[in-house]
Write a protein that binds this ligand. Structure first.
Ligand SMILES: NC(=O)c1ccc[n+]([C@@H]2O[C@H](COP(=O)([O-])OP(=O)(O)OC[C@H]3O[C@@H](n4cnc5c(N)ncnc54)[C@H](O)[C@@H]3O)[C@@H](O)[C@H]2O)c1
Length: 306
């Protein structure tokens, strides 16, 4: 995303800035890009521009589940690139502390990703600082119940909660963030990008993972139709399906269970680091040809029955 092409990158036509500060920031950004135009032209002549001219500075992003694990790592990566990040996470999360740690480039908005008003608030908080061009949906939970277990049939409430947090919550963020992106002028040929987080459980669901696999499968399945819906608006949708990553979500497992999972990973034979997920999100944001697809990031693991 934001590959600056042939001088069409001026943010002048972008949505009205909400304050004098952001107006000044946009002027500085426009002047910076203007100064680079001759270099962009030269690089274009040699076919280099798409690889070397990438500019996400001066935009904002909303990251659900941004207070922990994969979402927090994605927020850190984007903030390092000059993106203002809004961490949308539950009130009980460490969002406030994490936003403080990220400094002026971040803000925490407490809320539930299923709640329309909370997501609207997070979107507005991002758009108030800089044009919102990135949304990353990381909020998710996992429950484990066999369809029929020792205590009878799996609790239907747990199944429904897993679906609403993962599927409804993800779609809630995507639709509201994309509606905000649609108000912007395109930069580098696009208005924005949304990235969702599924899981390899969408393909290799283990025993007890009916709810989680169905939820993550729902995210994988919505990726293409959402990308098709958003294509006329020049907004992309991609999904990442992580394998087993070392984040607090694994705290619910015993060390023996984590070891069993780790042993199944062929190469590199270890748990993934959250920053490796974040690096893929960053690449998706940067690469305009990635759209409507789910990418597994899993070190070739294909999980067994349990
Ligand atoms: N870590 C892994 O191995 C792994 C593998 C595959 C997929 N995933 C997926 O990646 C995503 C991030 O997981 P993680 O590993 O970073 O776990 P994590 O527990 O560290 O982070 C998840 C975050 O989502 C937040 N959250 C949960 N429900 C929410 C809600 N209703 N509204 C707003 N925020 C909510 C939590 O408070 C938490 O901060 C999840 O969707 C998870 O299913 C993780």
């Amino acid at each position: 995303m934001m590959a600056v092409e042939r001088g069409e990158a001026s943010p002048k036509g972008s949505r009205k800035p909400s304050s004098q500060t952001s107006e000044n920031a946009q002027k500085v950004l426009a002047a910076f890009i203007d100064r680079r135009k001759p270099y962009i032209w030269m690089l274009n002549a040699f076919g280099f521009e798409r690889r070397v001219i990438v500019d996400v500075q001066g935009i904002s992003a909303v990251i659900s589940g941004g207070a922990s694990g994969l979402g927090l790592s994605a927020a850190r990566r984007l903030a390092t690139r000059g993106v203002f990040v809004v961490l949308l996470d539950l009130p009980a999360s460490r969002g406030e502390d994490m936003a403080r740690e990220l400094g002026a480039a971040a803000r925490f908005v407490p809320g539930d990703v299923r709640d329309e008003a909370a997501v609207e608030e997070a979107v507005a908080a991002a758009a108030a600082v800089a044009p919102l061009r990135v949304a990353v949906a990381c909020a998710g939970t996992a429950t484990a119940h066999k369809t029929v277990g020792r205590n009878g049939p799996a609790p239907i409430d747990g199944f429904a909660d897993t679906l609403t947090i993962n599927v409804v919550g993800t779609f809630n963020l995507i639709r509201l963030a994309a509606a905000e992106m649609a108000k912007l002028d395109p930069v580098g040929g696009e208005r924005g990008v949304v990235v969702a987080t599924a899981s390899i459980a969408a393909y290799d669901g283990q025993r007890g993972q009916a709810a989680y696999a169905a939820a993550k499968g729902g995210i994988v399945a919505m990726t293409l139709p959402v990308a098709r819906d958003l294509a006329p608006l020049k907004i992309r949708m991609m999904t990442v399906a992580p394998g087993i990553f070392d984040t607090p979500i694994l705290d619910g497992l015993t060390p023996a269970q984590v070891a069993t999972l780790r042993e199944q990973v062929p190469h590199p034979a270890r748990l993934g680091a959250a920053d490796e997920f974040a690096a893929l999100v960053e690449h998706i944001v940067d690469n305009p040809m990635l759209n409507g697809e789910t990418i597994r990031i899993d070190a070739a693991v294909r999980l067994g029955t349990k």
